[in-house]
Design a binder for this molecule. Structure first.
Ligand SMILES: CCCCC[C@H](S)C(=O)N[C@@H](Cc1ccccc1)C(=O)N[C@@H](C)C(=O)O
Ligand SMILES: [Ca+2]
Ligand SMILES: [Ca+2]
Ligand SMILES: [Zn+2]
Length: 319
């Protein structure tokens, strides 16, 4: 809508207070439209139907605190935080570098246990209340979905088999990096922990530190070679996620010791790989070469960072 920038407040999915919430005042109504980032961040309500984008969220108070508001508040705020990470770290203006507006829709479908990037916008289900609660309540989820948009603008990794698992892993990696940069005190190497199984504490949908906790492989020799889930894109991502974990935090895996170089460098190295070397058909082996080359470009061919990257991929059986 055309209006004036305003600043409201909100309550998130986990009943967290969210402030500031960038909104737009137009004709006495406040809209979830943030004009301070790129060409804007817009958050919509599908009203539990599946037509997109739905209705731009608004109220007359600029305080978004109802139960219906909570998923929208987090989707809006976390999209802004993810935008901020890419802009402040790499100078990237929105997912495409051109400031294209970020659109999110919440309350998609009925008890929908997922979230996705549909090629033009982010979409979040409410979950069924047992497996998931509204998925935009997880910063790592929001950053995961928005990173798919970045990937589609850059390497455009095909969403199946090894390139698809790389696509998924890159989204998990940046979901985690953004979490560390934004919520450092409660950041972790778990994926979806804030919105997964509300009745079970300490679990997550995936773990980068130990993918096998969720039945995902942490070594290439254990990769899934079937056709389910587009060739196991959410399963074989565990192999790359484990390598990324080792790059950042270090550790010994399958007899290979890796010296961690930290979360910031993990992000810069994978960002350069995704924007400069990976292509739509990249395999795991080609991804190793891409990430090694990115580290070499950034830190030097014989640097500790490049050595760490090589060792991490060797540790998960990718050569
Ligand atoms: C439309 C079906 C395909 C969904 C693919 C999207 S990108 C995806 O990967 N969604 C994430 C959502 C997510 C992210 C982080 C943490 C929790 C949940 C995902 O992992 N979906 C799982 C449930 C899946 O599709 O198997
Ligand atoms: Ca997490
Ligand atoms: Ca849980
Ligand atoms: Zn995904």
């Amino acid at each position: 809508v055309t209006g004036t920038n305003s600043v409201g407040t909100g309550t998130g999915v986990l009943n967290n207070t969210v402030s500031p919430l960038n909104t737009t005042l137009s004709s006495g109504k406040y809209y979830l439209q943030d004009n301070t980032r790129g060409q804007g961040i817009f958050t919509y309500n599908a009203n539990n139907k599946s037509s997109l984008p739905g209705t731009l969220m608004s109220n007359t108070t600029n305080a978004f605190t109802t139960s219906t508001d909570k998923a929208a508040v987090d989707a809006h705020f976390y999209a802004g935080k993810t935008y901020d990470y890419y802009k402040s770290t790499f100078g990237r203006n929105s997912y495409d570098g051109y400031g294209t507006s970020l659109k999110s829709t919440v309350h998609y479908g009925s008890k929908y246990n997922n979230a996705f990037w549909d090629g033009t916008q982010m979409v979040y289900g409410d979950g069924d209340g047992t497996t998931f609660i509204p998925l935009s309540g997880g910063l790592d989820v929001v950053a995961h979905e928005l990173t798919h948009a970045v990937t589609s603008s850059e390497s455009n990794l095909t969403y199946q088999n090894e390139s698809g698992a790389l696509n998924e892993a890159i989204s998990d990696i940046f979901g985690t990096v953004v979490e560390f940069k934004t919520q450092s005190s409660k950041a972790d190497y778990l994926i979806g922990e804030d919105i997964y199984t509300p009745n079970i504490s300490g679990d997550a949908l995936r773990s980068m530190a130990n993918p096998t906790l969720n039945g995902d492989p942490d070594h290439y020799s254990n990769r899934y070679t079937g056709s389910a889930d587009n060739g196991g894109v959410h399963t074989n991502s565990g192999i790359i996620n484990k390598a990324a974990y080792l790059i950042s935090a270090g550790g010994t895996h399958h007899g290979v010791t890796v010296s961690g170089i930290g979360i910031d460098k993990l992000g810069t190295i994978f960002y350069r790989a995704n924007t400069t070397y990976l292509t739509s058909s990249s395999t795991f082996s080609q991804a190793r070469a891409a990430v090694v080359q990115a580290a070499s470009d950034l830190y030097g061919a014989t640097s500790a960072e490049t050595t760490t990257v090589k060792n991490a991929f060797t540790a998960v059986g990718v050569n």
